[in-house]
Design a protein around this ligand. Structure first.
Ligand SMILES: [Zn+2]
Length: 325
């Protein structure tokens, strides 16, 4: 199996650090994007039904096996539901006017995701927007099947859209792992908003981990009526990628800007797409034990961001030394 990918896994899984909170309000975005009429060819995946079925039935690649374990679905807070696995997350955000679904995990994951959505009492046919944190196989691999199952509009950042439509990325942690390609219906820019019912998601494009890595911000309310803000953090981990030399031009500057960007985010519900990054399993246990606000922690996002930045800087120095020596 691919050496780089195994290294990537090791690095992706690592996340820890100390406390820090000095959040500032996120800038407001005004653009409201109309929902496309999700009909006909416009929302069909680029992969054929046979290709999608083949991908679902294929054995999970050795290097990806750690990302495959399933998990029971649960409500994180308010209308945010975790419908992903024990290691890699997918989120269903429900409203009276249709749902958002973020990420497809591996090509083999859609049956689990669809089961989880149904177990919570929701219909995949009501998913209106399909979103993607970033175009790597462990987050985008299942999108084509979910697009086929839902007819939802696939929304992606400008830089990750071509990767989704190719079903392949020729650099980064998973260069040798193609996935069923997805047709992108809508391009979003940083600050763009998507609204369904009374829920609005704001895109925070944070390039680095992938060229168009996209986080999302939304407001939620707990059972006592207190407001919180949730942040779905795309990723600022290196994931085993080369930054000296850069895996793509401008990568180091992108990472630095994204660490800064996260510092401007005021969110007390920190969610991510690898369970180890935000202590999903432990928080879920606490939730089950009756701790209603198990996923609320004011300092968690900035703590993760600082740790991520420290790892990035250490890796950059190391790689620059290797390069020079
Ligand atoms: Zn990734």
């Amino acid at each position: 199996m691919n050496r780089i990918s195994i290294l990537a896994l090791a690095i992706i899984m690592a996340a820890c650090a100390q406390d820090r909170t000095e959040p500032q309000p996120v800038e407001d975005a005004e653009l409201l994007i109309p929902i496309p009429e999700g009909e006909g060819d416009d929302v069909a995946p680029l992969a054929s039904p046979d290709e999608i079925e083949f991908a679902i039935q294929s054995p999970v690649l050795d290097a990806m096996r750690v990302f495959a374990p399933p998990h029971a679905p649960f409500t994180v807070i308010d209308n945010i539901h975790h419908v992903g696995g024990a290691s890699v997350s997918a989120y269903l955000i429900t409203t009276d006017e249709g749902h958002f679904l973020i990420d497809g995990i591996l090509p083999q994951s859609p049956p689990m995701i669809l089961e989880n959505i149904a177990a919570l009492g929701y219909e995949v046919a009501d998913v209106r927007y399909l979103l993607n944190s970033h175009a790597h196989i462990d987050h985008a691999g299942g999108l084509a099947a979910l697009q086929q199952a839902s007819d939802a509009a696939m929304v992606a950042s400008e830089k990750d859209a071509p990767i989704l439509e190719a079903g392949a990325i020729d650099f980064g942690p998973t260069p040798t792992m193609p996935f069923p390609p997805v047709r992108v219906d809508q391009i979003i820019q940083d600050g763009d908003q998507l609204t369904l019912g009374d829920t609005t998601l704001t895109a925070v494009v944070m390039p680095g981990h992938s060229p168009g890595c996209t986080s999302w911000l939304m407001d939620v309310t707990d059972e006592d009526g207190n407001p919180h803000r949730a942040f779905f953090n795309c990723s600022t981990s290196l994931g085993g990628q080369r930054i000296a030399p850069e895996s793509y031009p401008g990568m180091v500057d992108d990472y630095r800007a994204s660490f800064e960007r996260v510092r401007s985010i005021d969110a007390d519900v920190f969610l991510a797409f690898h369970s180890s990054m935000f202590g999903m399993l432990d928080r879920h246990e606490r939730l089950l034990a009756g701790e209603e606000l198990a996923f609320v922690e004011a300092g968690a996002l900035q703590r993760f961001n600082d740790a991520s930045e420290a790892q990035f800087n250490a890796a950059l120095s190391r790689q620059q030394e290797e390069q020079g020596g």
